[in-house]
Design a protein around this ligand. Structure first.
Ligand code: GUN
Length: 298
């Protein structure tokens, strides 16, 4: 048994952000204006507040315009739709992101589908999910895109590889599977009703875990040498660190899986940092397409 290489998502994300920053500087010098991203947060969810703060900070650091819209928890769907209509026609806004989850009175998909598809930097609009599924050219959801960039960096050509995606969410599992299929992988999507999940995982050269269950995927589920991408971020009690303390773990049991895998992403510091870096990349891409600018290398 050997120990897996650790895929350093933090370093990878820093590299991508540096390339995005350079692209933004090139575009700004050439066209006299920078791409702009609007982020909408409804309510007070603490995790969402942290994400949104980081998104705004990193957008500004990359040299782009950052527009923040914070609305109260009790905001009606129609008020939110009014704001989106306004952002859709705002020429300074190239990307619109509505942070999920939204409060119960609001229908998430109705809101996502109200965003102009060409400004949908999350890639969640039904037109963009449809294009991804049918092989069209679309904006791709940020977390799966980050996973794919790390997989390509590690493995090069993915064609013919057996991949399993554990989890079928609209945000990660389904678009991840569509991306891997587009790379000509043989893709299995596993979920709560999958029979003998350990055996399904053992067949895979690539395991992407995105179920939101702490340390569910065990080391003896992993094929020796496989590449493991852990999308989960779970906060669990850590009494060994003192009373009331917590720690972050992924959906993969890192201690055992890292003894078997060829390469694995850690939690934290794996997939997490890549998501915002990909959002910035998508914003530049959306700006170039919408404004008819040539897309710089990123
Ligand atoms: N909430 C958790 N992940 C995401 C994401 O990628 N985009 C949005 N809009 N909300 C999220």
């Amino acid at each position: 048994m050997s120990t897996a290489d650790i895929i350093d998502g933090k370093a990878f994300a820093e590299g991508l952000r540096a390339r995005v920053t350079k692209a933004v500087a090139t575009l700004s010098a050439k066209h006299g204006t920078a791409p702009g991203l609007a982020v909408v947060l409804v309510g007070e969810d603490p995790a969402s507040q942290v994400y949104v703060r980081n998104k705004n900070k990193q957008t500004a650091e990359a040299g782009m315009a950052s527009f923040e819209h914070k609305l109260p928890t009790e905001t009606s769907q129609s008020d939110l739709l009014d704001l989106i209509a306004q952002l859709n026609t705002d020429e300074t806004v190239d990307g619109i992101l509505v942070q999920l989850p939204l409060p119960d009175q609001i229908d998430d998909q109705a809101v996502l589908d109200a965003i102009a598809p060409e400004k949908d930097v999350d890639g969640f609009h039904v037109i963009n999910t449809g294009k991804l599924a049918t092989g069209g050219d679309s904006l791709v959801p940020c977390t799966p895109l980050g996973c794919l960039l790390m997989l390509r960096d590690r493995l090069g050509d993915l064609s013919g590889k057996r991949a399993i995606v554990v989890g079928r969410s609209n945000i990660v599992g389904k678009p991840m599977a569509a991306l891997l299929l587009r790379e000509s992988c043989t893709v299995t999507i596993a979920h709560s009703r999958t029979v003998d999940l350990p055996e399904e995982c053992r067949r895979a050269d690539i395991v992407v875990a995105a179920v939101g269950r702490p340390e569910m995927v065990k080391g003896d589920w992993i094929k020796p040498g496989a590449t493991v991408i852990d999308v989960g971020i779970n906060r669990i009690p850590a009494p060994e660190r003192g009373e009331g303390k917590h720690r972050l773990v992924g959906d993969v049991e890192f201690a055992s899986a890292s003894q078997v895998a060829g390469a694995i992403t850690p939690v934290p510091g794996g997939v997490g940092p890549m998501t915002i870096a990909c959002l910035l990349r998508n914003t530049v891409e959306a700006a170039c397409r919408r404004r008819g600018w040539e897309l710089p290398e990123m």
